[in-house]
Structures are given as C-alpha cells and as structure tokens.
Write a protein that binds this ligand. Structure first.
Ligand SMILES: [Zn+2]
Ligand SMILES: [Zn+2]
Length: 283
C-alpha cells in the first residue's frame, strides 16, 4: 500500500509532451512547465518522437514511403534533448525524460538496442504506421477511402498488441488513434478489444488515456468508452496525457478526461522513474 495516496492529495502529471516545435533550451521547456503549474499538474514528462533524431533514423528504414517521410524529420541530435531534460532535472525542475517510439515490427531488435542505450524514465509505444502507410498523416488521408476500414482496424490492433508483447514499452500511447480522422468500421469491436486487452495484461503495460483526440477530426478522447470498459475489466493501470505539441496543450482537457473516466473507477494511475512504475489511486 506504500504507493497509494487518496484523491484529496493527488495532483496529476502529463507524460506525453513534445518540445519539437521549439529549440532545446530551458526557456522553451519552462513554457511547458508554466502551463503545467497553471493547470495544477505536479510534473511534466517529455516524450520526443524518436524519428526526430539522427541516432534513430535506421529505425524507420523501409523500401518505400516511410523511409522517405522520416528522412525529412530526423534532423535533431538526441544528446541535445537528453542533456536539456537532465539539466532541468539537476536544477530541481519537476520533469521526466521519456521518448515516444514507433513500433516497426521488422526493426524490433534494433529498437530494443536503441531504447537500452539511454536513461529514460519511461518509454511510450506508438503505432502510427501500417507498413508504408502513416494512417494519421493528413496528407495520406485519401488512403482511408481505398481501404477496408475493418481490416485496417484489425491490422492496427494486432500491431499494437505485438508492440506490447515486445516488452520494449512502459506505456501504450493513444491506444485507438486509428480513429483519428473519424473512419470507423460498421462492426462491433468487442472481440478485438478483448484480445488486445488480454495481450496488454500479459505484457504488464500501462495504458494511456489521451485528451489529444479532442483536438483531432474525430473529436474524441483515446480510447473509446467501449475499449475502456474492456481495459477496466482486465484491471489495467492507466495514465492521463495530453500529447502536447505546444505549451498551451499541457494538461489540456484533463477535466474532461477525468469526467469521462469517472464511471470506470480506474484505481491505478501510473507515474515512472528510471523505468520503474508506481501506481496511485484516483478514486
Ligand atoms: Zn503519437
Ligand atoms: Zn505524441
């Protein structure tokens, strides 16, 4: 019971925050902390996309579009990012060092090596790519009209399950981001959710509840209530994140998320340090 605190004491945190729209300076980082403080959060975890770094370019390698797309973005030096967050820590600022890592199944071993080379507090695992298709990229949205939506969903959740099974990740990010543009199959997804939740449980991962979907065309929190119901049944630990790309996004709509999850009585909210998970009770 050592890690359990009551609702009256709990101040939340946000572990899905991107610095990528500014420079790696303390001044820019501070702007995110200012919003966090205004919104009553106690800590901010930064989670740059791994594909932004030269040191991770090989992890997006492919024979087609994905490689070309990623090449445009991998302009940064990971040491600069890590040094910035470490410096903020040494100054006593309430920050954590994380990374958002795409799961590309053919590069699983190399991803593991990359992750093991740096001192993360936690690692977010994401699926944004089904082979060469980045399904959440606005320029590639037309592809949705050429595909069978149910098949796309099946492939997405299967890959998300494989990502969890790899044991590379601490947190599964935005676990139904596949709905980002509002394309949804005309089919009950309970079986798919069950299968995925079972894999999550066996892989001992924490599940992200993200307010980011409210800012996307779908206009919904990730994951859906139907999926959350199944996740709750498996008693999975969760974390509430914003996927902020600008300072004003930090902790955004957490009030809506709290209201949304209240009926599910989620009682394991996670935080991380040196890749060790702690859980606190929210309700
Ligand atoms: Zn993401
Ligand atoms: Zn993100």
């Amino acid at each position: 019971m050592a890690n359990i605190s009551s609702q009256t004491e709990i101040k939340l945190w946000d572990y899905h925050v991107h610095l990528e729209n500014g420079l790696y300076t303390i001044e820019w980082l501070q702007k995110f902390l200012e919003t966090a403080q205004k919104r009553g959060l106690k800590e901010v975890g930064f989670s740059e996309h791994a594909y932004r770094f030269k040191q991770a370019a090989h992890l997006m390698e492919s024979k087609g579009f994905r490689k070309k797309w990623a090449e445009k973005y991998c302009t940064e030096d990971i040491d600069e990012y890590i040094n910035l967050v470490e410096k903020a820590k040494s100054e006593g600022l309430p920050v954590k060092l994380g990374i958002e890592m795409d799961f590309i199944p053919e590069h699983e071993e190399k991803i593991k090596e990359f992750i093991d080379s740096y001192p993360w507090d936690y690692v977010l695992g994401s699926v944004h790519w089904l082979d060469e298709w980045g399904f959440d990229i606005p320029d590639l949205k037309d592809e949705w009209d050429r595909r069978d939506i149910l098949e796309v969903y099946k492939s997405y959740f299967e890959l998300l399950g494989k990502a969890a099974e790899s044991r590379i990740f601490d947190i599964m990010a935005h676990p139904d981001v596949i709905k980002v543009f509002g394309y949804k199959p005309d089919h009950d997804l309970t079986d798919i959710y069950e299968k995925t939740a079972k894999v999550f449980k066996n892989s001992d991962v924490c599940i992200e509840i993200s307010s980011a979907g409210l800012r996307k065309p779908v206009g919904e929190i990730y994951p859906s209530k139907e999926f959350l119901e199944v996740l709750k049944k498996y008693d999975l630990p969760v974390i509430i994140n914003s996927d902020a790309h600008y300072p004003e996004h930090v902790g955004k709509d957490f009030d809506k998320v709290l209201k949304y999850i209240k009926p599910f009585n989620l009682d394991k909210i996670c935080s991380f340090e040196n890749r060790k998970r702690k859980e606190v009770k929210l309700t």
